[in-house]
Design a protein around this ligand. Structure first.
Ligand code: AGP
Length: 366
């Protein structure tokens, strides 16, 4: 194990550190500057078939589901096709209407998650077109789907998924780009996304150098019993994933909420003992997110802003900064500091980071 850890204290830390190279691998040979698009040969869909896709539905469990939610936003933004995400575990148990014009995407790091596999089988039985977004080559879900996009994250050992999750979202950005470029997405906008994707490995590297700063924030808030994770639109799945990471490895109760929903009930929970992590992308909703932070501060709640925007001095108790890229790709970068935050809170509380209690790396049972 010591050898495999390569000097890192645990696998989660190693896998977070590997993200720049993992993303570079996912992008390798898939970006096309000339036509401002992506090549995902494994999908087995020619331009005509891509153009015929009327809807995209992402299915996965846990963090893979949250990555799917980020994917749905990317596909809607880049390709203007209706897209959504649903937990595969729910999909398999209801009686879903299978749309023959939809593209279903089954997401799984391990490729062995039973709930996701069962959703794929149900889809295939009913004639749905389903592709995989899987990390482990030759896994059950990869085989059952037969086509898809491999994540190329490399082996992931820690129960808490980090680099595989990042590569899922990166892959969905390429899928959105590809679907967009056979529709309305202009060459100039496609080029902007290609450049944005190319910039990611260096930007992730930059975020990882903020580790000591995030550790400081973690130390100050590690003993909170509950935490809110708030975001809207692009920031919402980021908040959900941040809350999930914190819960699973630190056992601190975290609740993710859409920022605008706060005033419809949960605002009552805000006090000095309830820190809120607010995801603030530099986008058209910046003023709204500033309003959210003001609302929390006015009720005495500590605010930890994770942002690539300029926010007014003194508005947040803690600011964790992220480099600015193309707005559509913000969720990818904003997720990384939340991994670090969860990691350092768990470390501060002395948790067994790679093997949290009650959890398995892949859930192959009901
Ligand atoms: C991620 O940190 C979790 N351990 C968990 O939610 C995981 O993403 C989920 O169980 C799905 O696993 P899979 O990607 O291997 O299918």
């Amino acid at each position: 194990d010591d050898y495999e850890l390569g000097g890192h204290p645990d696998f989660m830390r190693k896998e977070m550190a590997e993200q720049p190279e993992a993303v570079a691998r996912a992008l390798r040979g898939r970006l096309d500057e000339r036509f401002a698009t992506a090549h995902l040969g494994g999908l087995g869909l020619d331009p005509m078939a891509l153009r015929a896709v009327r809807r995209v539905k992402f299915l996965g469990c846990g963090s893979a589901y949250y990555a799917g939610q980020m994917g749905a936003t990317l596909v809607e933004e880049l390709a203007r096709i209706p897209a959504d995400a649903e937990p595969a575990s729910e999909f398999r148990y209801r009686n879903p209407v299978v749309d023959p014009d939809a593209l279903y995407v089954a997401i799984s790091q391990s490729g062995e998650t039973l709930d996701t596999l069962a959703a794929v089988q149900e889809l295939r039985r009913k004639g749905g077109r389903v592709i995989g977004a899987v990390n482990v080559v030759g896994s059950a879900i990869a085989r059952e789907c037969g086509s898809g996009v491999f994540l190329h994250a490399g082996p992931e050992v820690s129960v808490a998924s980090t680099k595989a999750l990042t590569n899922m979202t990166v892959s969905f950005a390429m899928l959105g780009l590809l679907l967009g470029r056979v529709r309305d997405l202009s060459a100039a906008s496609g080029q902007r996304i290609v450049s944005g994707l190319r910039a990611l490995p260096a930007q992730i590297e930059e975020i990882l150098t903020e580790d000591a700063r995030v550790q400081q924030v973690a130390k100050r808030h590690a003993h909170a019993r509950h935490m809110f994770f708030l975001g809207r639109v692009r920031g919402w799945p980021v908040a959900r994933e941040g809350a999930q990471k914190l819960k699973e490895i630190s056992y601190v109760h975290a609740e993710a909420y859409q920022s605008a929903e706060l005033k419809h009930g949960p605002l009552a929970l805000i006090d000095a003992d309830m820190p809120s992590v607010v995801v603030v992308p530099h986008d058209e909703l910046l003023a709204k997110n500033i309003g959210t932070m003001e609302q929390i501060r006015a009720r005495g709640g500590p605010v930890i802003a994770v942002t690539n925007a300029e926010i007014p001095e003194g508005l947040a108790d803690e600011v964790i900064r992220v480099p600015r890229g193309e707005p559509e790709l913000d969720p990818i970068l904003l997720t990384i500091p939340l991994q670090l935050l969860a990691y350092h809170i768990a470390a501060e509380l002395g948790r067994d980071i790679d093997k949290p209690r009650n959890l398995a790396k892949s859930v192959t049972v009901e």
